[in-house]
Design a protein around this ligand. Structure first.
Ligand SMILES: [Zn+2]
Ligand SMILES: [Zn+2]
Length: 269
């Protein structure tokens, strides 16, 4: 099932990338070469042309979309100016259990294609580039966190995929910030993929999916993941950590997809 899903994802990716190349999307020539399969060491993983010590060159970093206006609690992209700090209607109605949540980028092209290539085509060079962006954000936005915790995969999915993209990102942030890793959280149920499920189905799918071995030995862990959509995975994990000794939990993801678009059926997550 998973293999079939991944084949389908790769086909989708190829189609996405081909159409992106065909129309150019108004991006630089460097960005439109996202589809190049190889990543020689020291070159930008997006354009494979310019040199880049962090996996992404200055031109491609400049071309990446920015998440400028978003909810200050859940990072949901909003269509109004949020510089004064706005909380979205969903967070006001149902406040999330975490203290702080940020995403490095919005889940739009080419971030969506890059993350799918990371996850389904094993292009781990994207983890290095995105992890470096997350490491830059961490001390600025999460000065009081004392550990990093990657959102775990179930061991069977980990075996099938060969890696956990959240762990790959977390490792980069760990190396660059020196923050210790919280490694005692497990995914004990092999849940079906969250993509395509509605909010209540996502909640039911994740119920009891995570366990922690013993108490959480850190007071303020930072959850690390690739994408946040409805936030249900991080909500479940934050509640688990808070119930087992953490005082606060914060969340950092590479990308934020719009939960509102997802609920309306117009998001592609
Ligand atoms: Zn580049
Ligand atoms: Zn919100």
């Amino acid at each position: 099932m998973q293999a079939a899903c991944e084949v389908s994802q790769n086909s989708t990716l190829r189609a996405l990338s081909d159409s992106a190349l065909a129309v150019g999307f108004g991006q630089s020539a460097a960005m439109t070469q996202l589809t190049r399969p190889r990543w020689p060491q020291g070159l930008c993983t997006f354009c494979n042309v310019n040199s880049a010590s962090d996996g992404i060159c200055v031109a491609c970093r400049r071309d990446l979309p920015a998440l400028t206006n978003c909810c200050s609690r859940c990072a949901e992209p909003l269509s109004v100016n949020t510089q004064g700090g706005l909380i979205c209607a969903a967070c006001q109605a149902n406040p999330p259990p975490w203290k702080n949540c940020r995403a490095a980028l919005p889940y739009t092209w080419p971030v969506d294609v890059a993350l799918q290539r990371l996850k389904y085509a094993r292009q781990l060079s994207y983890a290095a580039a995105f992890g470096a962006l997350m490491a830059q954000i961490t001390p600025r936005e999460f000065a009081d966190v004392d550990a990093l915790c990657a959102v775990p995969l179930h061991r069977w999915r980990h075996l099938r995929r060969g890696f956990n993209q959240a762990e790959e990102l977390c490792r980069i942030v760990h190396r660059r910030t020196g923050l210790p890793l919280l490694k005692t959280v497990r995914r004990v149920r092999n849940t079906v993929p969250q993509s395509g499920l509605g909010r209540s189905a996502r909640q039911a799918n994740l119920r009891g999916a995570f366990r922690i071995v013993g108490r959480c030995e850190f007071s303020h862990p930072l959850l690390i993941d690739d994408i946040m959509t409805t936030g249900e995975t991080c909500r479940q994990l934050a509640q688990l950590l808070l119930a087992h000794g953490a005082s606060d939990v914060s969340v950092l993801t590479v990308a934020r997809a719009s939960a509102r678009d997802y609920a309306a059926g117009t998001a592609k997550v």
